[in-house]
Each structure stands twice: as C-alpha cells, then as structure tokens.
Design a protein around this ligand. Structure first.
Ligand SMILES: Nc1ncnc2c1ncn2[C@@H]1O[C@H](COP(=O)(O)OP(=O)(O)O)[C@@H](O)[C@H]1O
Ligand SMILES: CC(=O)OP(=O)(O)O
Ligand SMILES: [Mg+2]
Length: 408
C-alpha cells in the first residue's frame, strides 16, 4: 500500500486528495480516496463534495472555503496557508510521495518529473507561458517541500500527454525562426484528463485503447478538445497557452489575433489589460455576465438573450472542433464529454452535437438526460459513433503517474 497526496493549486483554488493505492494497482482501478478538500473561489459549487460511498473512511473533507484572499476571517489567504491548514487536518503518516499538477511543462517535460532544484527552476522558467497557472503550481510545490521535507515531490504536467502531436499539428504558421526562438508552439493542456478519459472510454466500450479513436471534450472552467488516436494525442485545442480553442468560463478561446492589435491601437488598451480581458472577462462571463454554466443555463431558461447567445457560441465552438478532429482522425469511434460541464450539463451535450447525425453522431435524449453519474454511453446502441460521458479523475491519474516515478 502506498499513500499519495495530490495537490492541484489553481489560480484561485487549492484542491487536494489523499489516496491509498494498493500494491499492483491498475490505472483503471478506482482511487482509494482517504481524504479530500478544496479551497475555492466559488462558494456555490459543490461538485467536489465526496459521494458518501466513495470516501472510506473520511478523515476530513475540509469543504469549500471562499475565495483565497477574499474570505472570512481565519480562512486561508494564500496557497501556503490553505495547504498548511489542509495538512494540519489530514493524517500524512507513511506518505509515499506528493504529486503536483503543473500546467505548463513546455517542451522540457514529456513525462512526470521528480522535483529537485533544477526541475523547480525549469517550471519557473515556463511562467511566462502560463502566467495564470504555473505560479500557483510552483507555490504548491514549494510549500509542500518545506512542510514535508524528505517526502518525494513529483510534478505531473498537463502538457506531457500532447507531446505526441505531429509537427504539422503543433506548428503555428508564423515565421519559423521567431517561433523557434520564443517557444511558439502548440503545447496543449488538460493532458492528464484527456489521457485517463480516453483510456476509460475504451474500457467502457470494452475495446483496447490502441484500437479506439476518440474526441475527448474536457469542459470545466477551462475547456479543451483532444483528438486521441489509439491512446495518443494527435490534436488539441489549447495551444501555446490555455487561452486558445473552446469558449470557457472566463476565457475567449479562438479569436482573430487582429482583435488584439485593434484593441491596442483603436481602443488604446495596454497589452496587460487585453490579456486580462481575454483571460478573465471573456468567454461565458464576457458574453452573459456569469462563468458558471449552471447559472448560465438558469438565466437562459428565463429567456435571457445574452445567456442564450453565450450558450449558442459555446456549443457551436465545440461542434466545430468535433468536425475538425473527425476529419483529422479519419475514423471516429467515440466522443466523450468530461469535467464539470461535460459530466453534468445534458443541454450542452445535446446542443453541441445537434445536427451531426449524417456523420453517425447521435445523442439519445433519454440516455443523455438520465440522472446517472458514472461512465456511460448516451448514443443509441447501434450508433456508428459512441457518444459517452466519462467522469474525469485528474487527481487519480496524477497519483498513479506519481507512483510510477517514485517506483522507477
Ligand atoms: N450540474 C451542473 N450543470 C451544469 N454545469 C455544471 C454543473 N456542475 C458543475 N458545472 C460546471 O462545471 C464547472 C467547473 O468544472 P470543473 O471541471 O469542476 O472545473 P475546474 O476546471 O475548476 O476543475 C463550473 O463552473 C460549472 O459551470
Ligand atoms: C489548463 C487549464 O485550463 O486548466 P483549468 O481548467 O484548471 O483552468
Ligand atoms: Mg479543471
């Protein structure tokens, strides 16, 4: 039995999970969650609340705390405090390792890495490529290192799964020398999620992952699509940074780069403001004033036109990527929805794939709307493409990858 603490430090949240992993575990095994908790920016969310049967025994679930830095007196003000509070609550006896989600691994990291000073420096070097994410990830590693001296720390990168992209898929069509000098490249993100979800999709269909072509749609606060050919990422919608691709809670996703020049020249916006606009005030929040899909759907149901348009833009973007990746893959076996929106919003799943029946892509309304939670198929039994919902488990994937490094 190994005990692994997994930390996912986001820009405004800290999530942790403690797993007991039996010897000889397989990636498809359910994680033995001993404890979990979150400090998050959104007090309304409850999707991290453990299902009672899943958590055995519950040592602690510290629950949801309001925004780090804006919370009630006594609540954690930063990652160091949040982590110290979490660690004070849980039993870390016999801890084998700590696994950290690190969003940007650049081209440096093609696999998870045992943290040492050189790895920390390399992660810090990548901050300019992921200014929203890597600083928080780094803070988490530094705090865990100082609180748990002697316990191996492993960095697991969102980008690593996408290092199988071909040059044609990862190259931006700009001046080659400039791109080379400044690391302009499609790195891709959410790799641990696309990896575990594509494998679990193959398992759900009862087929070896090597034989299955899947489009995985990770729709959370951040959102990305991935074309997975036989278990390998061959295309993904996020690029140099997690800003490209699908419409997200607060990020624009794809846009004409000339919009940036236009805002700078004509509106006189400094680049820092455009950066903030596209990363934090765009996407659903920019179009309809809310970043939470639950709230957006509720507003849309009351006839709110901005919410209706935001929903259409969001779903249309997904459909366009499905079409593009279907063309890239040539043969498509499955489309899988995952993460907060993908797992819980049947309206999004139905609208995103509407009108694709000529491509063999059909969502069965009753299956789609059934209040199930586990991995499931929501297309009709005889459909050429299996449309699936598969809960993601980035933390479990990080735990197993972490053990892989420590055991090696
Ligand atoms: N029942 C639900 N219906 C629609 N959307 C939901 C539901 N539950 C969660 N969500 C959406 O999922 C989003 C968070 O997804 P999640 O994968 O947990 O995000 P993160 O990227 O922070 O890990 C929330 O912003 C919310 O919009
Ligand atoms: C990379 C990324 O977008 O991560 P998140 O979905 O956690 O914001
Ligand atoms: Mg996420």
């Amino acid at each position: 039995m190994s005990r692994v603490l997994v930390l996912n430090c986001g820009s405004s949240s800290l999530k942790y999970r403690l797993f007991d992993v039996p010897a000889g575990h397989g990636w498809n095994a359910a994680g033995g969650v001993v404890a979990r908790g979150a400090a998050d920016s959104d007090p309304a969310r409850d999707d991290e609340a453990p299902a009672a049967a899943e958590v055995e025994p519950v040592v602690v679930a510290s629950g949801v705390v309001e925004r780090i830095g804006e919370s009630e007196p006594g609540a954690p003000q930063n990652h160091a405090e949040a982590l110290a509070a979490a660690m004070a609550e849980i039993s870390l006896d016999g801890l084998t390792a700590v696994g950290h989600r690190v969003v940007h691994g650049g081209l440096t990291f093609t696999a998870p890495a045992l943290v040492d000073d050189a790895v920390l420096a390399a992660i810090a070097d990548l901050v300019p490529l992921a200014p929203l994410h890597n600083p928080a990830n780094l803070a988490g590693i530094q705090v865990a290192r100082s609180l748990l001296p002697g316990v191996p720390q492993v960095a697991v990168f969102d980008t690593a799964f996408h290092r199988t992209l071909s040059p044609a898929a990862s190259t931006y069509a700009i001046d080659a020398e400039t791109a080379e000098r400044y690391g302009i490249h499609r790195y891709g993100f959410h790799g641990t999620s696309h990896a575990i979800v594509s494998r679990r999709t193959a398992a759900l269909l009862g087929r070896p992952v090597e034989e299955v072509n899947t489009i995985t749609l990770h729709l959370g606060n951040g959102a990305s699509a991935c074309a997975v050919e036989g278990g390998r990422s061959v295309g993904t919608s996020m690029g140099l940074s997690p800003l490209e691709g699908l419409v997200m809670g607060t990020r624009s996703g794809d846009l004409d780069p000339a919009i940036i020049f236009h805002l700078h020249r004509v509106a006189g916006m400094p680049l820092s403001e455009i950066d903030e606009l596209l990363n934090r005030r765009s996407g659903l929040v920019g179009l309809a004033g809310v970043n939470d899909m639950r709230v957006l759907l509720a507003k849309r149901a009351t006839g709110d036109r901005a919410a209706a348009l935001a929903f259409e833009v969001y779903c249309r973007r997904i459909r366009s990527y499905v079409g593009a990746y279907y063309a890239d893959l040539g043969r498509l076996d499955a489309i899988t929805f995952t993460a907060g929106v993908g797992e819980n919003a049947p309206a999004v799943r139905a609208a995103a794939l509407a009108g694709l029946d000529r491509l063999g892509i059909v969502v069965d309304p009753a299956r789609n709307e059934a209040p199930e939670r586990g991995a499931r198929v929501i297309s009709p039994p005889d459909a050429p493409v299996a449309v699936c919902v598969v809960p993601t488990d980035e933390e479990w994937e990080i735990a197993t990858q972490t053990l892989g490094v420590v055991a090696a």
